[in-house]
Design a protein. Structure first.
Length: 298
């Protein structure tokens, strides 16, 4: 089945299947400065797929790699001294064990560190919950040490696909340690129930949470609302050609007029036809998480 899925994705990628899309009515494009930030964050998310990063993006430095073998969860902590930023980037799916995390779609109570204020109704995707819990203690400790050594540095979280959903959930914990936290997710699938979405909107309101989607990327469409899931705010939908004029700030929450207005035909979805497609493997014009490229995946 994995061979078939890879072959199917190869057909999508090699044939460059795309769809014509229209901008959401009335939504203005974003400014060049914000789009430049989106591109910088995409580079970190893409770099997190590498087990070793000899030339870190944006002239940054690798502080530490994190790797939990049990859940196969990886992240890289970068430090940009010029911009005074500390960036934790979570890797997306890159092997069969990661697909297990993707497929573990049971909603479970949120018990991640520092998230008690979400309440008893908060539920999140089981695989993402296990992934974050497996690395949370070590990541929090190292980030605290770095912020202590570099006071005034801005903490940032990013990730692509599975890594985007882990970035979302990790932010629910990390914002309680670092109140000025900002998060940028790329191609994030629905991560929790409406109570979780409302919680993220409350503790990480715009402009502290950016949920970036690309044209008809099928991954943000997976795990349907009918299964009890809901996207949090704030979606930024980029069309093509890539650039600030074709990137739009969507309505709060799970906006049906942005990425959800398209059909993200692809592979890797559980039960549904939406999934990994060409739009999922390129953000802000930067290739990211291509499972046909050296083992990197969604």
């Amino acid at each position: 089945m994995h061979t078939y899925a890879t072959a199917a994705l190869g057909f999508f990628l090699l044939n460059g299947i795309t769809v014509a899309l229209e901008a959401p009515a009335g939504d203005p494009s974003i400014d060049a400065s914000l789009y430049s930030t989106f591109r910088r964050m995409t580079k970190y998310a893409a770099a997190s797929y590498a087990s070793d990063c000899p030339i870190p993006p944006n002239n940054s430095t690798v502080v530490q790699y994190f790797d939990n073998a049990t859940t196969d969860t990886q992240a890289t902590l970068f430090r940009d001294d010029a911009r005074e930023e500390l960036i934790i980037a979570f890797r997306g799916t890159s092997n069969l064990k990661d697909f297990t995390s993707d497929a573990a779609q049971t909603l479970v109570p949120l018990t991640a560190v520092k998230t008690e204020d979400c309440g008893s109704n908060c539920r999140v995707q089981e695989g993402v919950h296990k992934a974050w819990n497996s690395v949370s203690t070590s990541i929090v400790a190292v980030m605290q040490d770095q912020i202590s050594a570099h006071p005034g540095y801005h903490p940032i979280v990013t990730g692509h696909s599975l890594g985007a959903s882990i970035a979302s959930l990790s932010s629910a914990s990390l914002v309680h340690y670092f109140p000025d936290l900002t998060t940028y997710t790329l191609g994030q699938f629905r991560t929790g129930n409406p109570a979780y979405a409302a919680y993220i909107d409350r503790i990480l309101p715009f402009p502290n949470m950016y949920r970036i989607t690309h044209t008809n990327d099928g991954i943000p469409q997976t795990i349907h609302k009918s299964s009890g899931y809901l996207h949090h705010s704030t979606e930024f939908w980029e069309l093509e050609p890539f650039g600030p004029k074709n990137t739009y700030k969507c309505q709060p929450g799970d906006d049906d007029e942005c990425n959800q207005s398209t059909f993200g035909l692809g592979i890797g979805g559980v039960v549904t036809l939406e999934g990994i497609n060409p739009a999922h493997t390129c953000y802000t014009g930067i290739p990211i998480g291509n499972p046909l490229d050296g083992g990197a995946g969604a």
